[in-house]
Design a protein around this ligand. Structure first.
Ligand SMILES: [Zn+2]
Length: 71
């Protein structure tokens, strides 16, 4: 079964941190399509991973601040 992959990325076209549909990959360059503006972009896998990690880190901090047992 084929599954559509989406990655959070800051769109170079519209500048929004939006989920991007992964259309394909070649030589560590990934073709993605922005779910916000619909434009396609080519991004390096490293950039995508770095953004994803930063974003996950932020999310973890937000979740930690919401956790009442964290006080
Ligand atoms: Zn966009």
């Amino acid at each position: 079964m084929e599954q559509t992959t989406t990655r959070i990325f800051s769109c170079p076209m519209c500048g929004v941190d939006a989920p991007h549909e992964v259309a394909g990959e070649l030589n560590a360059v990934i073709a993605v399509r922005c779910s916000n503006c619909g434009n396609g972009s080519l991004v390096r896998e490293n950039d995508l991973d770095a953004f994803q990690m930063r974003w996950a880190e932020e999310l973890r901090e937000i979740l930690a601040s919401l956790d009442p047992s964290n006080e």
